[in-house]
Design a binder for this molecule. Structure first.
Ligand SMILES: CC(C)(COP(=O)(O)OP(=O)(O)OC[C@H]1O[C@@H](n2cnc3c(N)ncnc32)[C@H](O)[C@@H]1OP(=O)(O)O)[C@@H](O)C(=O)NCCC(=O)NCCS
Length: 169
C-alpha cells in the first residue's frame, strides 16, 4: 500500500460555542469538546484509510484553557502515525480572537482509531509518511504512546513495551 502524508487526512471543523454547550461558568462543556474532537478525528481516520473506522481509545486530553460562550472554535485533526490497522490521530484545538482574528491554541488530544471491515474485523491500512518537523516529531513519539495505551488497557505486557521503557533507561 502506498504511504500517505498527514495532509491527506487533515480535517478542520470550525463552529461556535452556543449556550446549550456550556457549563455553569459559561465555558464550553468538556464532553461537547470531546465529541467535536471525536468527529474530526473520525473523518481524518477515514480519509487516511478510506475504510470504516471506530474509536479504540482516547489516549490523552488536555483541557488547558477554558473556551467561553460565543467563541469560534476550530478543531484540527490529522493522522500522526499509522500502524497495521490502527491510527493515532493528533488533534489541536484553536480559539479565534474576535477582534484580531488571531488563533490561539486552547487544547489538544490524541485518539486511536482502528479501521475495520463490514464485520468489525480490523483491516490493514496504508502507512503514513510525515513531512514537516512537527509531523516527524509526532510520528516518532506515537509508538511509545501506543505501547503505553496498550499496557494501560492490559493488552500488552510492560516488559514488551521496549520503546516506552527506553525513555526511562
Ligand atoms: C477497536 C477494536 C476494533 C479493536 O479490536 P481488537 O479485537 O482489540 O483487535 P486487535 O487486538 O487486533 O487490535 C486492533 C488494533 O487496535 C490496536 N488497539 C486495540 N486497543 C488499543 C488501545 N487501547 N490503545 C491503542 N491501540 C489499541 C491494536 O494494537 C491493533 O493495532 P495494529 O493492528 O495497528 O497493530 C474493538 O475493540 C472494537 O470494535 N471496539 C469498539 C469500538 C467502538 O465501538 N468505538 C466507539 C465507542 S462508543
Amino acid at each position: 500500500m502506498e504511504a500517505k502524508p498527514p495532509s491527506e487526512s487533515r480535517t478542520t471543523l470550525t463552529d461556535l460555542v452556543l449556550p446549550s454547550e456550556t457549563n455553569p461558568l459559561n465555558n464550553l462543556f468538556g464532553g461537547e469538546l470531546l465529541a467535536r474532537m471525536d468527529r474530526a478525528a473520525s473523518i481524518a481516520a477515514r480519509r487516511h484509510s478510506r475504510r470504516i473506522v471506530v474509536t479504540a481509545s482516547v489516549n490523552h486530553v488536555a483541557f488547558n484553557k477554558a473556551i467561553p460562550l460565543g467563541s469560534v472554535v476550530t478543531v484540527e485533526a490529522a493522522v500522526s502515525r499509522a500502524f497495521k490497522s490502527s491510527m493515532e490521530i493528533f488533534i489541536d484545538v484553536w480559539v479565534e480572537d474576535r477582534e484580531s482574528g488571531r488563533r490561539s491554541k486552547a487544547n489538544e488530544a490524541i485518539y486511536t482509531f482502528v479501521a475495520v471491515d463490514e464485520t468489525g474485523t480490523p483491516i490493514q491500512i496504508p502507512p503514513l509518511e510525515p513531512e514537516t518537523d512537527l509531523e516527524k516529531e509526532r510520528f516518532e513519539a506515537a509508538l511509545r504512546r501506543k505501547q503505553l495505551s496498550l499496557v494501560l488497557a492490559g493488552k500488552m505486557k510492560p516488559a514488551d513495551a521496549t520503546e516506552l521503557k527506553a525513555l526511562f533507561d
